[in-house]
Design a protein. Sequence first.
Length: 311
Amino acid sequence: MESRQSGRSVTVRAPGKINVFFRVGALQHDGYHSVASLYQAVSLYEEVTATHAEGRSVRFSGPIDTSALATDDSNLAMRAAALLMQETGYSGGVALSIVKRVPIAGGMGGGSADAAATLLACDELWGTGLGRTGLLPLAARLGADVPFALEGGTAVGTGRGDELSHALAKGTFHWVLALPDGGLSTPTVYSALDRHRDEHPAELAPPPEPVKVDTAVLQAVRIGDPESLANAMHNDLQAAAVKLAPNLLEVMELGEQRGALAGIVSGSGPTVAFLAQDNRSAAELQRVLTRSGVRSLTATGPVPGARVIES
């Protein structure tokens, strides 16, 4: 472990993600659901700078409103730093500065990206030497999406979403991310799905066990065909998210009427990810959404996971 160097810092960026496929199993006795997801990391990045300090602290900046984010030990990035200290016996501290670009409470894993970037930045800064492989078990303890933010690319997530296997992906997919006002709580969306399944058993087939990602969506990313992927995308949480936030349906209809190959609520929402044919189509759709009063961003995927960009 290297000696502490006052003022030295390490900057890591980690991507947000889209769930291009998301299947949810039945509620388990431990309160969790088994899931099967196809994640794709996209070019919308969180940036974490870790600097030697006496204690632990975190501050936020960036183009989105971060005023409601916790800056105490409940913050996921702070928890990541504390976990690494606990596991390695490091006795110093760190000041974290996070530039946020991934929507908050938008179903795109921004907090998980912060945690993954913090693990990698602190491991480099402190010389704790775990490396990406050694950090993955810690990432899984922090949350289901954190290992994927560390790895990036395109991957199948099973179990709670944290058991990853790499998925072959060819080419580049072009996305337009619509950001409706307000956030959705992930536990609330899952609870709404459970209630809907309980109240309408005749309409909904029992969730399959074990859940798995459909072959069609894996084949679509393997051959790099956006039209095939558009036909194969699915999210079990989408109906629950739309029920909680009915405006999502209007946004999805607008995007699909104005050129998107398909739209899907990403994860627990409320971000809606529209798949476009190419870069030009994505840019035009973003203009349409903006003129209609819907905040939106363009992104491409897949991209790599957390990476040191300055040390």
